[in-house]
Design a protein around this ligand. Structure first.
Ligand code: ZN
Length: 231
C-alpha cells in the first residue's frame, strides 16, 4: 500500500474538485472515483471529464493525475427513493432531513472506494464531506468518517487513512482553500466547470457558476461565494 498515492471521491462538484486539488498538491499519484447511481440528471457525470482535463493544465498536476474510475451503483437508486434519484420536488422531511438525503450513500461510497484502493495499492482516501455548512446529512459527519476508517481497516486488514479537508470549513473557506492551492485560475475553473445544482440546471449562469439558483445546493454555493468575495 503506497503512502504517496491517493484516491479522491470525485463527483464533479465544487467540494470534490477542491478536494482533488488538495490531493494533487500533496500526493505524487492521485486517482479519481465517481459513481453512477441513477442520479436524476447526468450533468455531474458530464462535467467530470471536463474538470479533469482542466486540472491537468495546472502546475505539474497533469503528471500526477492518474486513472479515473467510474462505478455503476444503480442498485442504490433501486433501494432508495429520494429526490436525488427520483423526479420529485425537493422538500424538508419530518425527520429534519431534506428528501435529497440518500441513506447510507457516503457509507457505500467509502466502502467501494476502499475496495478499489485496496486493489490499486492506494493508502489515502479523500472525500469532500463537511459538517460545517451542509444539509445535515448524518453520513457527512466527522464521527461517521472516523468510524468508517476504523471499520474499513478492521474489515480489510489494512491501514487506510480517510482525509476530509473540508470537514471544518464553511463554503466561503472552501473557495479560499481553492485560491490558496492554485490561485484564481483554480477558482475560475471551479466556478465555471463544476456542478452542484440538485436540479441539473446548466442554463442559468450566476457569478458563482451554473445552477437553478433556488435548490439547497445552489443556495449553499451562492451564499458561500458571496461571503468569499466579501472578504
Ligand atoms: Zn440548483
Amino acid at each position: 500500500m503506497s503512502d504517496d498515492k491517493a484516491l479522491v471521491l470525485f463527483s464533479g462538484g465544487q467540494d470534490s474538485t477542491t478536494c482533488l486539488a488538495w490531493a494533487l498538491s500533496r500526493f505524487a499519484h492521485v486517482e479519481t472515483l465517481g459513481f453512477d447511481y441513477g442520479q436524476r440528471h447526468r450533468i455531474e457525470l458530464d462535467v467530470r471529464p471536463r474538470v479533469l482535463a482542466q486540472l491537468r493544465k495546472i502546475d505539474d498536476w497533469g503528471s500526477k493525475l492518474g486513472d479515473d474510475h467510474m462505478l455503476d451503483l444503480a442498485v442504490l437508486g433501486q433501494v432508495s427513493q429520494t429526490a436525488l434519484t427520483q423526479n420529485v420536488a425537493i422538500a424538508m422531511q419530518e425527520n429534519g432531513l431534506p428528501n435529497t438525503f440518500v441513506p447510507g450513500r457516503n457509507i457505500l461510497f467509502m466502502t467501494f472506494a476502499a475496495t478499489l484502493a485496496y486493489r490499486r495499492g492506494i493508502k489515502h482516501l479523500i472525500t469532500g464531506v463537511c459538517e460545517t455548512d451542509y444539509s445535515g446529512y448524518p453520513d457527512c459527519r466527522d464521527d461517521t468518517m472516523k468510524a468508517m476508517q476504523v471499520a474499513l481497516n478492521l474489515g480489510m486488514e489494512s491501514r487506510f487513512v480517510i482525509h476530509t479537508p473540508l470537514m471544518w470549513i464553511d463554503k466561503a473557506n472552501t473557495w479560499k482553500l481553492a485560491e490558496a492551492l492554485a490561485g484564481r485560475a483554480l477558482v475560475e475553473l471551479i466556478r465555471e466547470e463544476t456542478h452542484s445544482c440538485y436540479n441539473g440546471d446548466r442554463t442559468h449562469h450566476h457569478e458563482w457558476g451554473y445552477g437553478c439558483g433556488t435548490c439547497p445546493a445552489c443556495a449553499l454555493r451562492a451564499q458561500g461565494w458571496q461571503r468569499y468575495i466579501a472578504t
